[in-house]
Design a protein around this ligand. Structure first.
Ligand SMILES: C[S@@+](CC[C@H](N)C(=O)[O-])C[C@H]1O[C@@H](n2cnc3c(N)ncnc32)[C@H](O)[C@@H]1O
Length: 287
């Protein structure tokens, strides 16, 4: 399954639309859980910085694996397009190995394969097949070693405008994934958004219903199909995603990868993109 820069483009497009709804917001608290080698974190940071250079972004990134977290924090990657002969079944990278080995970790394809050369140039300083994330896309990021299921996270991070929990809950047994998802949803401010994909759809639907999350249906099909590796791996791998089926009665809650949290009973719940969001969403004025 691995990780990639610009992994799901429609997801990033939705992020921009959500940010643009409240053009007057001056700050954003964003947490990305299961951040792996940082590709997702820097993709979000780049997207936000490009779309809303005015926004003060406090981005917290967390992973349970200290080795991948170190790679993420360094923000230095190999531009080689092929993995070294060696791969690791444990899923962890080995500290001290050369940059290509650290960059590829347990995946065989490049983290850059979904980026154009122009995007790589815009986001990285490149030299001798090495790419370092440029300072504007690293500023404001703090890196944390921890478990997304830790009930103390909300005390540590505070409530967030947006929480991202992509592609790690699928590796848990359903009961464990449910508990973790319920817990990490507590991090989201009332009216804020939870991005959650790469999870068993039955688990996500069950918790979304129980907790009254509002599915964001804007770009729902595009986002569901927006990560080729997940769609292509269905039905052979347990993390594979089946086709989008709009004939189902529950299509909106089943296929949504983004939810507005804590507004189900409020007049502020939006019908489509959460356009009429709770006024709690985002910060007005610096703090
Ligand atoms: C397949 S990668 C996904 C990376 C990234 N979210 C993406 O979508 O490209 C899964 C990552 O989740 C991390 N992870 C697994 N369980 C976790 C947990 N309970 N808390 C935090 N991170 C976790 C793993 O260490 C790994 O780096």
């Amino acid at each position: 399954m691995g990780t990639f820069f610009f992994r799901n483009r429609p997801e990033l497009e939705l992020l921009i639309r959500l940010l643009n709804i409240k053009a007057e917001a001056s700050a954003l608290d964003l947490t990305i859980l299961g951040c792996s080698k940082g590709a997702e974190v820097y993709s979000f940071a780049y997207t936000i910085r490009s779309a809303r250079p005015d926004l003060k972004v406090r981005l917290r990134a967390l992973d349970i694996d200290p080795d991948v977290l170190k790679v993420a924090e360094e923000g230095l990657y190999s531009l080689k397009s092929r993995a070294p002969g060696q791969t690791f079944s444990s899923g962890s990278v080995i500290p001290g190995e050369d940059l290509a080995t650290k960059t590829f970790g347990d995946q065989t394809s490049s983290v850059f394969e979904r980026m154009s050369p122009e995007e790589i140039e815009a986001m990285f300083e490149c030299k001798d097949e090495q790419a370092t994330v440029k300072p504007p896309f690293r500023d404001g990021i703090t890196w944390h070693l921890g478990d997304a299921g830790d009930t103390k996270l909300v005390n540590l991070f505070g409530l967030q405008d947006i929480v991202v929990a992509n592609r790690f809950l699928c590796h848990m047994q359903p009961q464990q994934a449910e508990t973790c998802l319920r817990n990490l949803a507590n991090l989201v401010k009332p009216g804020g958004y939870l991005f959650v994909s790469g999870i068993d759809l039955e688990v996500r639907t069950k918790i979304a219903r129980e907790l009254g999350w509002v599915p964001v249906t804007e770009l729902i099909k595009e986002i569901h199909e927006g990560d080729p590796s997940l769609r292509q791996d269905w039905p052979l791998e347990y993390w594979g995603l089946g086709p989008f089926d709009r004939c189902r009665n529950d299509w909106d809650i089943r296929y949504a990868s983004v939810f507005q949290v804590g507004v189900a009973l409020s007049a502020n719940a939006h019908p489509k993109i959460a356009g009429e969001r709770s006024e709690e969403m985002f910060v007005h004025g610096d703090h």
